[in-house]
Design a protein around this ligand. Structure first.
Ligand SMILES: CCCCCCCC(=O)SCCNC(=O)CCNC(=O)[C@H](O)C(C)(C)COP(=O)(O)OP(=O)(O)OC[C@H]1O[C@@H](n2cnc3c(N)ncnc32)[C@H](O)[C@@H]1OP(=O)(O)O
Length: 388
C-alpha cells in the first residue's frame, strides 16, 4: 500500500526535531555563522534529546531509525541551521560504513563511543568520514593515501581534505589503498582513533557557508593503526563500503537541502505578504507569488524523491539511482529557492541583517559535498544505461 502520511512515531520525531531547531538552533545560528565557532552547546543538547546518531542500531545505544525516519529529523534540523546540522549529521555519514560492515567488536567500540558517555569536557564523541583528498574529490579512485601492512598494524600515509568534524572527531572512517595495482578493488576502510601519533589536523577552512561546521585537512604521517581496525576485517572492500555509505547518506544530505529550502520559502512567503510596493503587498504580484509557488512545488517534489530513496534503502534494496535523483534535485532546488528568496527580499536580501543572505551562502555546498550535482548525473546515467 502506498501512503504519504507519517506514522505517529514519525510525527513525534518530526515535532521533537522541529521544536529543537526552533528553540535551540535558530537563536544561535547567526552567532555560529559569524564566528565559525563549533556549536558544542547545541550538539550537547541534541545528544541528550537523542537527536544525534539516529540511525545507530538500538543494541549500540542509538535509536535505530530507518533512513526514512532519519530524513524527517534531518530536514527539521537543517531548517534550524544547515551549518550546525551538517556538524551533527556528519556522524551519520561516518557511522554508516560501521553499521553496514563493522565486526561486532568494531560496532560495540566505535558506535558505542558515539552513543556512550560524554568526554572529559562534557561533549559527546563525534566522528568523521575521510575519503576526499586534495587531488581527489569527485574521483574517489584517484586518491593517493596508502595503508601498508606491518606486522599486526597498518601504516597509513597521505592526506584527506575537506573533512567535516576533522578537529572534533574522536575517530575517523578512512579509505585508502592497501593495493595500488587493483584500482578500486585495492581499497580498504579503517577506523582510526584521532589521537593516534602521526595525525595532524589542518586549520579550519574559512568557508562561504555552513560556517558552524568544522572542515579541515587531515595528514597521516606513518600512522600505525591496529589490524583489528580494518573495517569488517577484510582488505579490498573499502570502495564498496564508501559507495554504500553514500547510498545511505545521500538521502539524508538531500533532506538537509529540503529543510534549508523550506526555511527560505517560509521567509520569502512571509516577507512577500508584508512588503508593500505600488500600494499593495508584493505577494499580490504574480511575478512574486509564482516564484513562491515554484518554491513550494519544488520543495514538495524534492522531499518525495528523498523519501523514496530512503524507503528503497530501508527495504534492503540498492537505491543508488534514487539517491542520486534525490541528492541532485534537492541540492539544485535548494540553491534556486535560496537565490529566489534573496530576490523576493530585494535589497534587504543582500544584507546580512536578514536571514535569507545566510541561507543563500549555506545552500551552495549542497551542490558540491556528498557528490556534486554533476557527479550525481554521472551516477544516474551509468545506472540508466547499465544493462540496457
Ligand atoms: C550530513 C553529512 C555531512 C556531509 C559532509 C560532506 C561529506 C562528503 O562530501 S564526502 C565526499 C563526497 N564525495 C563523493 O560523493 C564522491 C563522488 N564520486 C563517486 O561517488 C565515485 O567516484 C563515482 C560514482 C563517480 C565512481 O567513479 P568511477 O571511478 O568511474 O567508478 P565506477 O566504475 O563507477 O565504479 C567502480 C565499480 O563500483 C561499482 N559501484 C559504484 N558505486 C556503487 C554503488 N553505489 N553500489 C554498488 N556498486 C557500486 C560500479 O558498478 C563499478 O563496478 P564494476 O567494476 O563491476 O562495473
Amino acid at each position: 500500500m502506498l501512503s504519504f502520511g507519517l506514522t505517529e512515531e514519525q510525527k513525534m520525531y518530526q515535532t521533537t526535531a522541529h521544536d529543537f531547531a526552533a528553540k535551540v538552533m535558530r537563536p544561535v545560528e547567526a552567532h555560529h555563522d559569524r564566528t565559525g565557532e563549533y556549536p558544542w552547546e547545541v550538539i550537547r543538547k541534541a545528544y541528550e534529546l537523542g537527536l544525534m546518531n539516529t540511525m545507530v542500531p538500538a543494541e549500540y545505544g542509538g535509536l535505530g531509525l530507518p533512513a526514512l525516519d532519519a530524513t524527517i529529523v534531518a530536514e527539521e534540523l537543517a531548517w534550524g541551521c544547515s551549518g550546525i546540522s551538517t556538524a551533527m549529521e556528519a556522524n551519520q555519514l561516518a557511522s554508516g560504513p560501521v553499521i553496514m560492515y563493522g565486526t561486532e567488536e568494531q560496532k560495540q567500540k566505535y558506535l558505542g563511543m558515539l552513543t556512550g558517555p560524554v568526554d572529559a569536557d562534557g561533549n559527546p564523541h563525534m566522528a568523521a568520514y575521510g575519503v576526499t583528498e586534495p587531488g581527489a574529490g569527485s574521483d574517489v579512485a584517484g586518491m593517493l593515501t596508502t595503508a601498508t601492512k606491518d606486522g599486526d598494524h597498518y601504516v597509513l600515509n597521505g592526506q584527506k581534505m575537506w573533512i567535516t568534524n576533522a578537529a572534533k572527531a574522536t575517530w575517523y572512517f578512512v579509505v585508502c589503498y592497501t593495493d595500488k595495482t587493483a584500482r578500486y578493488k585495492g581499497m580498504s576502510g579503517f577506523l582510526v582513533d584521532a589521537d593516534t601519533p602521526g595525525i595532524t589536523v589542518g586549520k579550519k577552512e574559512d568557508n562561504m557557508g555552513q560556517r558552524a561546521s568544522d572542515t579541515r585537512a587531515i595528514t597521516f604521517d606513518n600512522v600505525r593503526v591496529p589490524a583489528e581496525n580494518l573495517l569488517g576485517g577484510k582488505e579490498g572492500v573499502g570502495w564498496m563500503q564508501a559507495m554504500h555509505a553514500f547510498d545511505k547518506s545521500r538521502p539524508l544530505v538531500a533532506s538537509g537541502a529540503v529543510g534549508l529550502a523550506r526555511a527560505a520559502f517560509e521567509y520569502a512567503r512571509d516577507y512577500s505578504m508584508e512588503r508593500q510596493a505600488f500600494g499593495k503587498p508584493i505577494a499580490k504580484n504574480q511575478a512574486v507569488s509564482f516564484m513562491v509557488s515554484d518554491m513550494a512545488m519544488n520543495i514538495e517534489a524534492a522531499r518525495l524523491l528523498v523519501q523514496k530513496a530512503a524507503y528503497i534503502h530501508d527495504q534492503g534494496q540498492r537505491n543508488t539511482k534514487a539517491a542520486a535523483f534525490a541528492k541532485a534535485f534537492a541540492a539544485d532546488m535548494a540553491q534556486k529557492v535560496a537565490t529566489d528568496a534573496v530576490q523576493v527580499y530585494g535589497g534587504y536580501g543582500f544584507s546580512k541583517e536578514y536571514p535569507v543572505e545566510k541561507l543563500y551562502r549555506d545552500s551552495k555546498i549542497y551542490q558540491i559535498y556528498e557528490g556534486t550535482s554533476q557527479i550525481q548525473r554521472l551516477i544516474m546515467s551509468r545506472e540508466i544505461y547499465s544493462g540496457v
